[in-house]
Design a protein around this ligand. Sequence first.
Ligand SMILES: [Zn+2]
Length: 417
Amino acid sequence: MAAALLALPTLGLVTAFGIAPETSTRIVEQAGVVEAITLPALAIRAPSPEESFVAQDRIQRGDTVAAVLARIEVRDPAAVDFMRTDAVGRLIFTKLVPGRIIQAETNAEGGLRVLRYFHSSDKVLEVKRSESGFKARDRALAAAPRIVHRSGTIRSSLFAATDSAGIPDAMAMQIARIFATDIDFHQDLRKGDTFTVVYEMLYESGELVSPGRILAAEFVNQGRTYHAVLFHDEEGTDAYYSLDGTNRAKSFLRSPVEFSRVSSGFGARFHPIFKNWRAHTGVDFAAPKGTRVLSAAEGTVVFAGWKNGYGNAVEIKHGGAITTLYGHLSGLASNIRSGSRVRQGEVVGFVGATGWATGPHLHYEFKIGGMHQDPMRVALPKATPVSPALRAEFDLAAQSASETVAAVRGSGNTRFE
Ligand SMILES: [Zn+2]
């Protein structure tokens, strides 16, 4: 197997996994025109029985409590006195974090009914007026997910498509992460690829707190359709599965370089360098210095440190006698040392040019039983499927997910061209 691989000419290696440089370059140069559809999925707030005014704003740099309360129409000296003296309420005076959301419900005169300050990602300070006066508590967020459906077509890049579809960056990166065992988002994307995604957005008191989980997704890349359904294993751990029940994560990433806004633009223009595979024994991924390098699969670190021509390097042992090596790193992630356990997609280090490297790139090696293999071509171990005990439950979940995705995809895409 290895011998047959090594005998292949470079051109064979390149065409074998579908790089079409001219196509790709053209995609980059085209303006980002995207089609996107939106289903009305957002609930409407029920009107309050008594007249109530709701206002919200974000904390700004250099803000004061007085200034922010004025902006959200709170004119209530008693409420301010309470917050100044209450052990919990005074939190607002010590914790004004720029960018965080503050929301007030007041009466027509600006008298405070409820103040909610979302000061951290998982807690909210709530000040409420009751019969007996004000009460403050700092409580965990009880965020309620809303389900959002989006669909889009790649015209220039994934981020251009998700921007136009109104999908937040965090969600775009989740899409890339979920499909990373099948699609190298730096190189495999083509104009006309489509995606459909069903995901949660977490709201509390009408305020978007954070993007939640992707529940189901479909990606059509170069004519091949991939699905992902969120499902749990027997221990209750959530993971993404294909419709046939194979666990998407129980395979290797197509690219160990993190896909991001920065690396996406870079990777599309700079293909990995395959030349001289015979002498080279690895694949080079051009990427900006500092780009995060990810473990291709779960495993145990067997080497972390300086390794001659490799510069700063990390080597990881996976199941099935497979090891992967990441070289020329500018630095290692702080928790990576020999013996560390790593999950798939965990950051092991950062792209650099240490050792024998002429410019920043990741040098990536993939070995089976100590023999070098081309990671782009090697037949990888089959992913673990859903356990037989959960099969019936999974089949129902998968059917429901694929019906939802089909409904979103087929609901009359609006073209903005
Ligand atoms: Zn190299």
